[in-house]
Design a protein around this ligand. Structure first.
Ligand SMILES: [Zn+2]
Length: 119
């Protein structure tokens, strides 16, 4: 394994520890009190409130309310998800180049699951 790949795998591990798939969106809303000004004037609606939007395992759209104090952490997690994918794509480039080099040298194909000696 090349040094570059090892570095990328460490980066992947670091990012994966906090990465969250989803998008951030802000929305204003009306409350449960019919007499409140938010029901009369759109400008006096409550918020904006921040939500993390995502798809559940079942494929349904969902949203998680994000209290403001947690905004930096959630933004970082969403950013980590994007960086995670950039890193995976870079690993794929590196692996493909290694494959191409190996095939150009007409090396015999490596075993897919090489056995390792126990030490
Ligand atoms: Zn209200």
């Amino acid at each position: 394994m090349s040094k570059t790949i090892k570095t990328l795998l460490l980066k992947l591990q670091r990012l994966a520890a906090t990465a969250v798939q989803g998008g951030l969106s802000e929305t204003t809303r009306t409350c449960g009190h019919p007499a409140c000004a938010c029901h009369q004037e759109p400008a006096r609606r409550h918020g904006p409130h921040l939500y993390l939007t995502f798809r559940t395992r079942e494929g349904r759209s969902s949203a998680l309310y994000v209290p403001r104090p947690h905004e930096p952490r959630v933004r970082k997690s969403v950013q980590s998800w994007a960086q995670l994918w950039e890193t995976i794509v870079e690993i794929s480039h590196q692996n493909r180049e290694a494959l191409a080099r190996s095939m150009r040298r007409r090396e015999p194909p490596r075993k897919v699951f090489p056995r390792r000696k126990r030490s």
